[in-house]
Design a protein around this ligand. Structure first.
Ligand SMILES: *Cc1c(COP(=O)(O)O)cnc(C)c1O
Length: 365
């Protein structure tokens, strides 16, 4: 046996590394980033604030100021607190590690966010994926059966879901939260909350087992890596023990505090993207080859519905036209021939639409 075989867990060796394609020179519509930057005056002020940060000191470990501002500004109900993560990816990992009793299981609808299954695997938890219906709504009966069978310690419901954009029915979710009861937690992953019409945050007090997770990534701060989760103090106390002590760095802390004090700027950007989303959806729906699924996020899931046209070919042609989106068709059978495109600026969306029309015409030949 080689060194690698001797020391690295087989399930880790079997994985392929998370692949991020090179996007230089391309219209980048693959990763749900906000295409807008901060206005110049705010950027200058942010620069001044960052210059004053004591880089030689560890962060204040309680993060009390940032947490208090998040609680006050993001609608965390009174009596509830947040735990911060280096992106919500780290929060998912913290939850997995904290709940990784021998034999414990994680359950989520599929297709869904890949990190739920990855993180479960890293922590030695079993992942159970329950297929959505073909229209990507929750198969509540199948979810309830799976919950009864597996008694999962963690259930993830992305609200709205990635990569489908679906906002699950609140009544369905409530049934699931109640069915899980005190044998598990239900995480409402609200990464796309700025683009969605509703949230579970105001309802935290109704459900002892509910965790509401959010990130500033899709809001326009993907580069600083900051996520937070709100839940009962009792749950957060346990999760906080697993959190690496200084997991949010001082630059992130300072930038987040500054930008969240100007949340109106980000909200205006989110509003522009919500408007652009409906214009883009309308334009795509007008193409006979394309089916558009309803989305409450800053991206659209589309299907190339002419079986003669392979979505991979469309994706490749789009790249030739310098537009990068995401081919999700191989992620799950329900996503057959599906592509996911992030909503960008008016100009980016126009470039994408023109490139898509040209690509479809080239694929038809
Ligand atoms: C993007 C995304 C995240 C991860 O966000 P980070 O804070 O950037 O780690 C979490 N959940 C869902 C559903 C996402 O799409």
């Amino acid at each position: 046996m080689s060194l690698i075989e001797n020391i690295i867990r087989p399930e880790v060796r079997a994985l392929s590394a998370y692949h991020v394609p090179d996007s230089s020179g391309l219209v980048k519509l693959d990763a749900m980033e906000n295409p807008y930057t901060l206005p110049p005056a705010l950027r200058e002020e942010l620069g001044r604030r960052l210059a004053e940060v004591a880089l030689n000191r560890y962060p204040v470990p309680s993060y009390a100021a940032l947490k208090a501002e998040i609680c006050a500004g993001q609608g965390v109900p009174a009596g509830f607190d947040v735990v911060l993560g280096n992106g919500s990816d780290e929060l998912i990992s913290i939850i997995s590690v904290a709940c990784a009793k021998p034999g414990a299981k994680v359950l989520a609808p599929v297709p869904g966010f890949v990190m739920y299954a990855m993180s479960a695997q890293f922590a030695g938890l079993e992942f159970v994926g329950v297929p959505l219906k073909p229209d990507f709504t929750l198969d509540t009966a199948a979810m309830l059966d799976a919950i009864a069978e597996h008694r999962p310690a963690i259930v993830y419901l992305a609200y709205p879901n990635n990569p489908t954009g679906t906002l699950y029915d609140a009544g369905d979710m409530e049934q699931i939260i109640r069915a899980v009861g005190d044998s598990g937690i239900v995480v409402s992953d609200e990464a796309y909350q700025p683009f969605a019409p509703s949230s579970w945050m105001p309802r935290l007090a109704e459900f002892e087992n509910l965790v509401v997770m959010r990130t500033v990534s899709k809001l326009g701060l993907a580069g600083i890596r900051l996520g937070y989760m709100a839940a009962s103090q009792a749950l957060l106390r346990e999760f906080d023990k697993v959190r690496p002590p200084y997991n949010v760095n001082v630059l992130t802390e300072t930038a987040a505090r500054f930008v969240l004090q100007h949340a109106d700027v980000l909200e205006a950007q989110a509003q522009a993207l919500r408007d652009a989303r409906s214009r883009l959806a309308d334009a795509l729906s007008a193409l006979p080859e394309i089916q558009v699924f309803p989305s409450a996020a800053n991206f659209l899931l589309i299907r190339v519905q002419f079986e003669r046209i392979d979505a991979q070919n469309v994706f490749d042609k789009l790249l030739e036209h310098k537009v990068l989106i995401k081919n999700v068709g191989k992620m799950h059978p329900l996503l057959h021939n599906c592509l996911r495109v992030t909503v960008g600026t008016r100009q980016e969306n126009r470039q994408f639409l023109d490139a898509l029309k040209a690509s479809l015409a080239e694929c038809r030949i």
